[in-house]
Design a protein around this ligand. Structure first.
Ligand SMILES: [Fe+2]
Ligand SMILES: [Fe+2]
Length: 179
């Protein structure tokens, strides 16, 4: 839960920083601001789960995965769609991974255990899936590129992320939720 809480803060700050980077597109700024608010609401709700369980939040953990993700596209051949699109596609990928982790958590959920938390995670699973789609749509809007071209670039980025995960396998905590 503590790790998850910090990840929600990261998701909110990522959305806000991308809102500012896309200042020429006010509709995207608005949508990313709303998305950041949602992530902050998730944070507040995870904190309330911690509080009810009398668990500490603690400081944000060292996160080599997030650090590597920030530089993920620097090592790739440059995209004709430009770095702004790459940043949004990395955002999409982070949301997709987050969604996948909730799916795994829900599949492994022991029957009858923590129904409130299970319901919350079901909601988050859907929410993160929607965020993934939204980031993809923002990338489409600013580039005007076809879904096929965006998909192709997303695959290149996802392959790079898979290499990062493989390299960090031993260093990563086993129970991270977001990126
Ligand atoms: Fe979230
Ligand atoms: Fe999200």
């Amino acid at each position: 839960l503590a790790d998850h809480a910090h990840c929600e803060v990261k998701a909110a700050t990522t959305a806000l920083s991308l809102a500012l980077k896309n200042h020429d597109h006010l509709e995207i700024v608005e949508a990313l601001t709303a998305l950041a608010k949602e992530e902050l609401d998730h944070f507040a709700r995870v904190v309330s789960f911690l509080k009810r369980r009398q668990l500490p939040l603690g400081r944000p953990p060292m996160d080599p995965y997030a650090a590597r993700l920030r530089d993920l596209t620097k090592g790739l051949p440059p995209s004709p769609l430009g770095p702004a699109v790459d940043r949004l596609l990395v955002g999409a990928l982070i949301e997709a991974r987050s969604c996948e982790r909730f799916k795994l958590l829900l599949e492994a959920w022991p029957a009858g255990e923590d129904p409130d938390l299970q319901t919350f995670y079901r909601e988050l699973f859907e929410c993160e899936a929607r965020h993934y789609m939204q980031y993809r749509e923002f990338a489409e809007q600013i580039s005007g590129a076809s879904p096929e071209r965006l998909e192709a670039r997303l695959h290149v980025i996802a392959d790079a992320e898979a290499r990062v995960v493989a390299e960090l396998e031993d260093a990563l905590p086993t129970a991270t939720v977001h990126g």
